[in-house]
Design a protein around this ligand. Structure first.
Ligand code: SF4
Length: 216
């Protein structure tokens, strides 16, 4: 493999986790100094940027120390950053879990506004294009509308729950508030998508997909 293409995913030491850690030859930390990068320094020291960095560092630390769930970590983060109104952008297949998340956030003192992916009930016909194999009355996901609804609700933080790969990209592109991921979608692994990346998982997906190109 061409070593000029190496990056953090090819690193075996992850020395950046410590100030005096080891770094491989291609490491972007070796010659890095925050003071040498005025743009980055400005973003990190900006009032909002710093508030989020500090809040996330706090919630991650508490979650790690007390072995909390990601839901609990998200509540701590939202509270620490001063969010009042939380948007939930969810896949319709996780509507029950989205309602459960709303109950949790409301009980923890937040206002909640939800936006389910099929809102608007648009079809390919509405977009003026031929339908795919699902037929011309199949309702499409509408992530731009989800973002618009949550933008208009002036949410302080949006929580993304199981949006499809790609629909999530559009939602994140159009959402004006900060967004954080509560759950990823995974039909195969009950939304525990990390399982596909565990070499010892009984599915064998990690090994199979890293050894051969697969077409669906
Ligand atoms: S920043 Fe450097 S040490 Fe950290 S993961 Fe990337 S290559 Fe490895």
């Amino acid at each position: 493999m061409d070593q000029s293409t190496f990056s953090c995913v090819d690193c075996a030491v992850n020395g950046c986790e410590y100030r005096d850690g080891k770094h491989p030859a291609f490491c972007p930390t070796t010659d890095f100094k925050l003071s040498d990068d005025p743009w980055l320094k400005e973003q990190c020291e900006d009032e909002e940027g710093y508030r989020i960095i500090e809040s996330a560092a706090y919630s991650a630390h508490v979650a790690h120390r007390e072995t909390l769930s990601h839901l609990e970590e998200t509540v701590i983060f939202a509270r620490k950053m001063g969010a009042k109104r939380i948007g939930i952008a969810a896949c319709v297949s996780l509507a029950d879990e989205a309602r459960a998340a709303a109950r949790v956030f409301r009980a923890q003192g937040f206002e909640v506004v939800g936006a389910i992916c099929k809102m608007g009930s648009i079809t390919f016909g509405d977009l003026g294009v031929p339908p795919d194999e699902r037929g011309d009355d199949a309702v499409l996901c509408n992530p731009i509308y989800q973002a618009k609804v949550l933008n208009e609700a002036k949410t302080d933080l949006n929580v993304v729950m199981g949006l499809c790969a790609g629909h999530d990209a559009l939602f994140l592109k159009y959402a004006e508030s900060l967004c954080t991921l509560l759950t990823a979608k995974d039909f195969k692994f009950d939304h525990c998508s990390i399982r596909a990346l565990r070499p010892d998982d009984e599915s064998g997906d990690c090994r199979r997909l890293s050894q051969e190109r697969v077409e669906w």
